[in-house]
Design a protein around this ligand. Structure first.
Ligand code: BES
Ligand code: ZN
Length: 476
């Protein structure tokens, strides 16, 4: 199966202004778009921190108002056992016009460590064409691109060329916990012809990218308890095991020094890369030195049998994402701690099954732990990888819209990050899905000083305006 389409060719006859009125409208409203996004970004909608529950709800309410103000109809907040899901639609495009399910998320990652931010994470600031704030790129800025594209149509032409249904959730950054069941239970409400997701990045300001692969994910937490209280490390050390030391040994048995995951069975279902795909990935224009400089790391690392590009998008992996234990305050304390905790995430590729990986993980951890500790193993849900077909009318329209706006056709690429719902859109719902991002690789998403390149924000709005136009006119 050849996933990669023939080179998308330039189409010089393409009218760069079409559709004129919405695009001119959008070009005249950059200042408003910036002010509004800043307001949205001020709300610290950190979904994983219970203290921010009220803020997450406030962000949902703010966005609901903005969606209604843009002209979307039937806007409503749907309560879940977690954070609310937002729905809104505009369904008057007329007979034969397609319906686009537009997805994004209004929740953000925790901003910590706070001391590394040059300006506070929820006090958005513009410096040199970049808007700095947690969520600026991932994903509030990109969600707002969709809202403003709709508004530009409704304010100028009074109509859209396609029907749209917006589905915006507040739990993407914690694994879309309640979205899957909501979608399954509301298939009619969400019925559409294709899905549009803007929650990713392009390669460079003038180099758009369409993503056709995302990794899946499983997140686990291991809590180890040794003695019932912290002990004097002199009186007890050498006679009582230390859960932090045990955790160190455990971590060493999860992954070797060369990047191979050591959980038995972990690779059993991994779909091998075909020669064709390796060849395509080899052509991907990744400048390793530049990429390393942006990451601030001294060397690249990982499975030596695979290239860097393969390791980043097409190979599964495992990482410890957080460690807690012992005395971490200033100075010294001679303590043999009672507890240790590790947070672990595994990135999955086709055809790994998250439920099976969770079971393999738990079995392995239980098998290697000594009797000196008791373990609680918990999981934060999981989602499978997604691989999208590229040779579809929606992908071609997306490529054309990108090219008309950015002046260059997009690169097709696989992405190592995860967007849990995409597998459900493309798989269960059978929707042709387009991952049309407007971030940049150095937006520092999930890191301190996250930012969004403002020219891309505005170009994003124009690209989506053109994309809707192309989808609509293809139906005539
Ligand atoms: N926007 C990202 C996904 C992404 C990352 C796309 C990098 C393109 C480039 C998304 O918000 C995200 O971070 N997803 C989480 C999902 C997880 C918490 C279940 C991720 O990948 O860590
Ligand atoms: Zn994210």
């Amino acid at each position: 199966m050849d996933m990669i389409p023939d080179n998308i060719t330039s189409s010089p006859e393409w009218n760069l202004i079409m559709p004129e009125q919405p695009i001119l409208f959008a070009q005249h409203h950059h200042a408003d778009y910036l002010d509004e996004l800043i307001e949205f970004l001020r709300i610290p909608s950190v979904s994983t921190q219970p203290d921010h529950g009220g803020d997450v709800a406030a962000a949902a309410a703010w966005l609901a108002r903005a969606m209604s103000a843009a002209g979307l109809e039937n806007v409503r907040l749907i309560e879940t056992a977690g954070h609310p899901i937002l729905y809104g639609d505009w369904l008057h495009a007329g007979a034969g016009r397609p319906t686009v399910l537009v997805y994004g998320h209004y929740d953000v990652q925790p901003p910590e460590p706070l001391e590394l931010w040059e300006s506070p994470p929820f006090t958005p600031v513009v410096r040199d064409d970049f808007l700095y704030a947690r969520g600026a790129s991932d994903d509030k800025g990109q969600v707002y691109v969709h809202v403003k594209a709709v508004e530009a149509y409704l304010r100028t032409l009074g109509r859209l060329p396609v029907n749209v249904k917006f589905l915006v959730e507040g739990e993407e950054e914690i694994g879309s916990r309640h979205l899957h069941s909501f979608i399954t239970a509301n298939r009619d409400l969400l019925a559409a012809d294709s899905a549009l997701v803007s929650d990713s990045s392009i390669l460079a300001p003038d180099r758009p990218a369409l993503i056709y692969g995302l990794r899946g994910i499983c997140q686990a937490q291991v809590d180890l308890t040794g003695p019932s209280r912290d002990l004097h490390s002199g009186s007890y050390g050498g006679g009582i095991d230390n859960p932090i030391n045990v955790l160190g040994h455990l971590i060493a048995r999860l992954k070797d020094e060369r990047g191979h995951v050591l959980i038995p069975g972990f690779y059993d279902r991994v779909r091998p890369l075909t020669a064709d795909e390796r060849e395509t990935l080899a052509q991907f224009p990744l400048d390793e030195a530049e990429w390393l400089a942006e990451a601030g790391a001294p060397v690249a690392w990982g499975e030596p049998e695979y290239t860097l590009v393969e390791r980043l998008g097409a190979r599964p992996t495992l990482d410890v994402t957080g460690l807690i234990g012992g005395y971490t305050g200033v100075g010294v304390k001679t303590v043999l701690p009672a507890q240790a905790q590790a947070k672990i995430s595994m990135r999955l590729v086709p055809d790994q099954d998250p439920a099976e990986i969770i079971a393999l993980f738990e079995r392995h951890v239980r098998a290697v732990l000594p009797p000196s500790v008791t373990a609680t193993i918990s999981f934060g849900g999981g989602s499978p990888a997604a691989l999208l077909e590229t040779n579809t009318p929606t992908m071609r329209a997306a490529a054309q819209a990108y090219e008309a706006t950015f002046g260059r056709p997009p690169v097709f690429m696989r992405e190592g990050g995860s967007i849990p719902v995409v597998n459900q859109f493309a798989g269960d719902l059978g929707l042709p899905t387009v991952l049309m991002g407007f971030g940049l690789p150095d937006d520092r998403i999930h890191s301190p000083n996250e930012r969004f390149y403002l020219p891309n924000y505005y170009r994003g709005i124009e690209t989506v305006i053109r994309y809707f136009d192309l989808l609509g006119s293809a139906a005539d």
